[in-house]
Design a protein around this ligand. Structure first.
Ligand SMILES: Cc1cc2nc3c(=O)[nH]c(=O)nc-3n(C[C@H](O)[C@H](O)[C@H](O)COP(=O)(O)OP(=O)(O)OC[C@H]3O[C@@H](n4cnc5c(N)ncnc54)[C@H](O)[C@@H]3O)c2cc1C
Length: 376
């Protein structure tokens, strides 16, 4: 059986590693010419760590990760409103929740893939499905044929947007900066935090090796020209109302990791399998990053697809099982992430007053319970 994976992001690499583990050497086609510094940091939930462990690549990630014991939610004055106990997740499910430099995560995944089957500078520009195979066309007009294609080509997936009309990304209503900055002792180890104010949201988490990963979001029109132009000092001024430490984290960001993007998700899909094309990762279920689960869900896709292909008697049965395992769960992540972002970005003082009064009263056990569906 021949399989092509389109996209060498977290999802594409994880599924290539998983298939490699069960003896299938899929070809990965990535449009970039090389891996560049890939964004800033990323949180990997313990559910995704479980999947990485079962694919056999958790060790490389743990080595470069910073274990988190707690997530704190703060108000605009940086008073703690509530917490999620990640240590309890570890006790119950056996794996840490981590933060990691994206480049380190990528490297750990890339290590588990056969380099002879990884093709840079290979952009798929078109595809045609036939009864027994799929024909891919690349940017240089070369065509290649595969029995199955795993489309891990991200939120702007040409496969999804061709197979599911109307599935283009939806703007979430807020724009976001991200960065990595040296930890000068002002960010405690093992705790991630997120502060919600009338003027925007700021989140930060320690990284292994003495850095801090941070993100900052404000409500904005899509492609807002003013925000697009802001440099790190300009962005720092926007969030200085939180504290001098927050202003420092933004203004002292390392240049290569200071990033700005509008945020999007996609409307949940009913299906991830379209005959011989299988959607995976953001191509299938891009969510807003409010639960820190996008990459984690891509990794779970990879694990479930690997297991289904390994254990089911036919590819048809494996793909049916993949859909059963993945569609409902990832749809829930898209919806819950969008709801969290909606409440975290409130600007109306009445709504904020309500949120800041009620949220601290929500029992920690309930917040914990809301996450347990990720482990089912
Ligand atoms: C601000 C922000 C913060 C986030 N924080 C977190 C977090 O803390 N935790 C978490 O789990 N997730 C987080 N996410 C989500 C996470 O980044 C994504 O869910 C994850 O990267 C998706 O991986 P993917 O492989 O599916 O897609 P991508 O990473 O988008 O990879 C797709 C790959 O396909 C390639 N490609 C695209 N089209 C083609 C083509 N036609 N031919 C060949 N190659 C192609 C691209 O070059 C790319 O390398 C965050 C996202 C954002 C925006």
């Amino acid at each position: 059986m021949t399989i092509a994976i389109i996209g060498g992001g977290i999802g594409g690499l994880a599924v290539a590693a998983g298939l490699h583990k069960i003896g299938i050497k899929a070809h990965v086609f990535e449009q970039a010419q090389s891996f560049k510094p890939l964004g800033a940091g990323i949180g990997i939930g313990s559910n995704a760590m479980l999947a990485l462990d079962r694919i056999g690549i958790a060790d490389g990630v743990i080595k470069s990760g910073m274990p988190l014991h707690e997530q704190r939610f703060l108000n605009g004055e940086l008073d703690v409103m509530n917490r999620i106990d990640f240590s309890r997740l570890k006790q119950k499910f056996g794996e840490e929740t981590l933060t990691i430099h994206r480049a380190d995560l990528h490297e750990a995944l890339f290590h588990a893939v056969d380099p002879a089957h990884f093709h840079f500078d290979s952009q798929v520009t078109d595809f045609v499905q036939h009864a027994n195979h799929v024909t891919l066309t690349f940017q240089d007009n070369v065509t290649r044929h595969f029995d199955y294609v795993i489309a891990a080509d991200g939120i702007h997936s040409i496969f999804r947007q061709t197979l599911v009309p109307g599935s283009e990304p939806r703007y979430a209503g807020y724009t976001c900066w991200r960065g990595i900055t040296e930890n000068k002792g002002d960010v405690p180890l093992h705790i991630s935090s997120e502060a919600w104010s009338k003027y925007g949201r700021f989140g930060w988490a320690p990284l292994y090796g003495g850095d801090v990963y941070w993100f900052a979001c404000v409500n904005a029109a899509e492609n807002d020209a003013y925000y697009a132009k802001l440099d790190k000092n300009g962005a720092a001024r926007l969030f200085a109302h939180f504290s001098p430490e927050v202003e420092r984290l933004i203004s002292e960001s390392k240049d290569a990791y200071f990033l700005h993007h509008d945020l999007y998700d996609i409307k949940p899909l009913d299906s991830f399998v379209y005959d011989r094309i299988i959607l995976l990762g953001d191509a299938a279920h891009a969510a807003t990053p409010n639960m820190g689960q996008g990459a984690g869900q891509a990794i779970e896709d990879a694990y479930e697809l690997m297991r289904a292909i390994d254990q089911e008697p036919s590819m048809e049965a494996a793909l049916a099982r993949y859909e059963t395992k993945r569609v409902r769960k990832t749809n829930k992540v898209i919806k819950l992430s969008r709801q969290i972002g909606w409440a975290a970005q409130w600007q109306n003082p009445l709504l904020i007053g309500f949120r800041n009064t009620v949220f601290p009263l929500v029992p920690k056990s309930l917040l914990f319970w809301r996450l347990t569906f990720l482990f089912k």
